[in-house]
Design a protein around this ligand. Sequence first.
Ligand SMILES: O=P(O)(O)OC[C@@H](O)[C@H]1O[C@@H](OP(=O)(O)O)[C@@H](O)[C@@H](O)[C@@H]1O
Ligand SMILES: [Mg+2]
Ligand SMILES: [Zn+2]
Length: 176
Amino acid sequence: MKLLILDRDGVINEDSDAYIKTLDEWIPIPSSITAIARLSQAGWTVAVATNQSGIARGYYDMATLESMHARLRQLVAEQGGEVGLIVHCPHGPDDGCDCRKPKPGMLQQIAAHYATELAGIWFVGDSSGDLQAALAVDCQPVLVKTGKGERTLAKPLPPGTLVFDDLAAVADQLLS
Ligand SMILES: O=P(O)(O)OC[C@@H](O)[C@H]1O[C@@H](OP(=O)(O)O)[C@@H](O)[C@@H](O)[C@@H]1O
Ligand SMILES: [Mg+2]
Ligand SMILES: [Zn+2]
């Protein structure tokens, strides 16, 4: 199946070092919304795997997180596309969960949901933890320069990492 997995903050929407704590702070990257719509209209399933330690930290609750994801689905639907499964890790760095990137648990959850293998599936992120999670399950690590991408690019990347300016450029490549 044509499955693409995305990180959320810094790829789909703007990120902040102060976390994305409210719906108003969830600011979509317009070209990313269009990219998701274009991909899904072309038969791609676009899933999301996002760390949301702000839940564990008490910065925001599940209702707020779900409101952000409802807004994402609405914006993509307005452009004729749809968003697939969105998986989040609500845990903190010290909780020892299996889902927080760089662990690959969320990627494995997505693969199980769609009854597909992960090998070679592109996982698009802006942080090194995203790239490490991809490598852990033989996904293709893809770095975008939006969000924390430029910071991530300043450090050595895992061999084989593909680099694009933004999600729109990733979509252009996949749809070419
Ligand atoms: O990029 P994704 O995975 O969609 O989400 C990242 C967010 O959960 C937050 O992750 C935090 O990392 P810590 O969780 O505090 O290590 C910080 O990097 C925040 O700036 C960022 O907004
Ligand atoms: Mg991110
Ligand atoms: Zn977790």
